[in-house]
Design a protein around this ligand. Sequence first.
Ligand SMILES: *Cc1c(COP(=O)(O)O)cnc(C)c1O
Length: 639
Amino acid sequence: MVKKDALERWTVEQSAELYNIRNWGAGYFDVARDGHVVITPFLDNKKVRVSIPKIIKGLRERGLDMPVLLRVENILDSQISLLHESFRTAMDRLEYKNVFRGVYPIKVNQQEQVVEEITRYGGKYHHGLEAGSKAELIAALSMLRDPEACLICNGYKDEEFIDLGLYARKMGYNIFFVLEMPSELELILERSEALGIEPLLGARMKLAAKAGGHWTESGGDRSIFGLDTAQLVQVVDRLKAGDKLHCLRLLHYHLGSQIPNIRDIRTAVYEACRVYAGLVDEGATMGYLDLGGGLAVDYDGSHTNYSNSRNYTLDEYCADVVEAVMQTLDERGVDHPVIITESGRALVAYYSVLLFNILDTARFEALPLPPALPEDTPTIIENLYEAAKSMSVRNVQESLNDAIYYRDETRALFRHGHITLRQRALAENIFWHMVIQAALHLKQLKQVPPELEDLEDSLSDVYYANMSVFQSVPDSWAIGHIFPIMPVHRLDEMPTRRAILADITCDCDGKIDRFIDQHAVAKALPVHELKDSEEYYLGVFLVGAYQETLGDLHNLMGDTNVVSLRIHEDGSFDFVREIEGDAVGDVLSYVEFNPKKLSSKFRETAEKAVREGLISARERREIMRAFEDGMRGYTYFER
Ligand SMILES: *Cc1c(COP(=O)(O)O)cnc(C)c1O
């Protein structure tokens, strides 16, 4: 039981600590005195705070239903600036004799709005783009206008890709073809010859160094991309033979995404610089060193080398990279190259928040024990009942063992027809009553028996969330990635329940039951009781990277509404862009249904029902209206 004075003493400070918002929020999110989560987009002016519940209110007034993906433009702007300023500071301090150029890998979030905002806010830093496919190249060419920004082409390149890239080079784009495989070189040289345009070439190297984390497969000897040292030498020889070694300008590697340990990052830089110096020795022009992505996001705020975190700050990352490059190249007297990084996750993760409401809850609850059992109660259930009555703090584990035994026996007897449905229901209720009591007893124990540690978690409530995990946080389902999740209001009240989240896809995998925790992974989220007349809103934070396009249409839950927010220095804000989520008809057409044909087929069925006298003609009109409204409706639960 929660004590009344604890409830009354609860403060927003306790909420801030409980949900760890000040650690994972990176200065962009906080809890205000009124219990609202606020966005603080200006890191140098924390007085500007915008309440998320107020934003939700504004959205609802405009008729935008939950779930909504909220993008805060200012945060993207700020993240781009931080990256460039951090590199600039490190380079100035260490007297690095070249510059930093960032490129944004389009695959991290390809939405037009995101790429457009990155080129806009990145403009002053000549922030470029990285394309891994023909489609991404086409998007990049139309978005990028700055001849000083780099356009890096990774991935498979066919003739169309190469021709387009060569023409772009001729038009003045600073565009690099990065060789992923030795075989690509012949086609590039052939097309270059045919069109009379010289390319800027890069080589992607396979590192021997491997990093820890979720996505380690990208690096290391066994990685599927890149050239090993023997292949690099072959490329050099082939270019020499064709008198094209001056085209080799860039060395690239990608260690994998979300590298939690700074040591791995540094080791990779050392190795790459040795290779870079080797290529210079061979006579290649070079000039660019591209370290790929990997700059991690501290999703749980623990600041550790745990896979959802990182044990370094942005400043440390930049300083370490610059220092490692200088150390290795100065030793060999090699000129400092332009340093490129392809950070995607770290740029965009913070900028999106998924907001949703809770539709309903389910609790593990048992009816009170009956004062006595009916006459005809089987002995096994009587035994269970006695065990329940005699359970105390001192014999919790023993009583639970008995309870499990008697419950299983009851089920066996039921299967064989010796126990009625009503008797089985009685036994199950006594059993759950005992489990719930046991969890309460355990709270009084200093030492909980290891077998019973998870007991309380197994009794968590289920909160039904108006969203789809598959559509909006696919990494949570696919690779067990953990995002910070918390209520966005009522944080001046103590959260008295613990819950897991179930989405509305009615798939048993459509749930979130792992949450951030300072030390390990939490199996339930502290939440508030629902109030009858009030919506309860939660947010999944830091979902700007990778989630949108990886998301799928499971159960035909479509894209959510998306709203872009721009916050002004005086704290006012505008909804600068709204993208309406998919309607039911939209998602049906994605899977090749034709909404018009569906209507006409259903109309035929309705007309047949009229002919057969099942419904009236007037009812047919109402039914068809409901059908058409459904077709136009949002795929999520509308209130
Ligand atoms: C995915 C990818 C990136 C982005 O990595 P982040 O860790 O998100 O910054 C960069 N470069 C290449 C080649 C990639 O495949």
